[in-house]
Design a protein. Structure first.
Length: 260
């Protein structure tokens, strides 16, 4: 597939995916969602990629939401299909099996905030703004916002944000743990890449299994989650990286991980 609305750059095992419709504040139209769907299917099986960073083009927006021109055409039936398609793409990102970091460089509104929340964690620039303004349009968040926001910030704050449609700035997003770090606009991508480099320096299989376990914690009971964790732990114990990591510690040297 040719990507008209995405830029992809792979360096040092990190793929930087940039949503590239800056004149529309990177609003997610159907084509962009289809491109994300196709790209993340490929990234899953790309052994050259250990970590993905998702960001937006320009200095103003990460993603300013679903494309309101397309929203405006929906009816009760196509609205369900619209929400289900977006949800399936975001679920694919969440279930990539590799860490996806949202580098939020400006407005993350509606579908943009939901996209950032489908990533495994978020870092933001000082000018970033977050919100779920769908009630202003007579709808509710349809790409996972009613589910993921409350899991991340708690049900009380999530309810207030969704019902008022209020925007919050990056320091408030940091305070409520919607983002892990706030950086200047200039340093945002460099800092996100530093985090990605650090993750890529670890045992790759262990990183992937950690992401699987953490992601599953949303859906499993504690009993099932712990059982799943024990299985993932066992799988890691069968890898060369496990032998290498433990041996390197005992031999007081740096490990040389291969991801196998
Ligand atoms: N869908 C489609 N187009 C959008 C968009 C969206 N979600 N968000 C912004 N755009 C477009 C604008 O229509 C404008 O296009 P134009 O130049 O062809 O008129 C362009 O992006 C720039 O946006 P503009 O509104 O002029 O920028 P601003 O700095 O004045 O305001 C926002 C920025 C983010 C506050 C404002 O664009 C906004 O409220 N966007 C919608 C946010 C929203 O409700 N998202 C949830 C959708 S579910």
């Amino acid at each position: 597939m040719n990507y008209n609305n995405l830029l992809i750059e792979i360096n040092n095992r990190t793929a930087v995916v940039t949503i590239n419709r800056p004149d529309k504040l990177n609003a997610l139209n159907k084509k962009t969602l289809e491109e994300l769907d196709d790209l993340f299917s490929k990234l899953k099986f790309n052994d050259e990629v250990g970590v993905v960073i998702l960001t937006g083009a320009g200095e103003k927006a990460f993603v300013a939401g679903a494309d309101i021109n397309e929203l405006n055409q929906l009816n009760a039936i196509t609205g369900i299909e619209f929400a289900e398609f977006g949800q399936s793409v975001f679920n694919k990102i969440e279930n990539l099996g590799k860490p996806v970091i949202a580098a939020v460089n400006g407005f993350a509104l509606g579908g943009g905030c939901e996209l950032a929340m489908a990533c495994h964690f978020r870092v933001a620039s000082e000018n970033a703004k977050f919100g779920q303004p769908e009630v202003n349009l007579g709808i509710l968040p349809g790409y996972g916002g009613t589910q993921r926001l409350s899991r991340i910030v708690g049900i009380g704050l999530a309810t207030e944000l969704i019902l008022t449609g209020d925007m919050i700035d990056s320091s408030e997003a940091y305070r409520i743990k919607l983002v892990n770090h706030v950086y200047t606009q200039n340093e945002l991508l460099t800092k996100a890449k530093e985090i990605a480099d650090k993750i890529n320096s670890k045992g790759g299989f262990a990183v992937q299994m950690s992401v699987k376990g953490i992601t599953a914690s949303d859906e499993l009971s504690e009993k099932d989650g712990l059982s799943y964790e024990a299985s993932l732990f066992g799988l890691c114990c069968g890898t060369n990286d496990f032998k290498e990591g433990t041996s390197a510690f005992l031999e007081k040297r740096k490990p040389n991980f291969t991801g196998k």
